[in-house]
Design a protein. Sequence first.
Length: 123
Amino acid sequence: MAEAGGWDFKLYEDKEGRTPAWEFMQTLKDGERGGFTARIQMVKAKGFAVGGEVLENLGDDLYVIRVPNTPNNPRLFLCVIQPKTFVALHGYCKRSDQIPAAELRIARSRLLEVMNNKKRYQR
């Protein structure tokens, strides 16, 4: 649950009840997981005011949090639903300059599922 004035942060859940973003984070090194935790806390406290260094807008209601300068260079895709709720959709480790098309397809597919089932994720 969000603090007063803050943002909520939830995990996308698939039809089998799995939370792929959480599962992804469990595969990371402790420092990377800690980096995500710190950045997620910033996003929960400040929302979009955290700026592009923490939360990048990819367009079409899709955002990414990254933990740069780490061994795996992990990324976490998010979407936003109102009121003030971020939903973690998908994570991957960056290996090239471009976001791999397959990773983007997964994130966009989950984004559509969330948007079609908003009540499931709202406060």
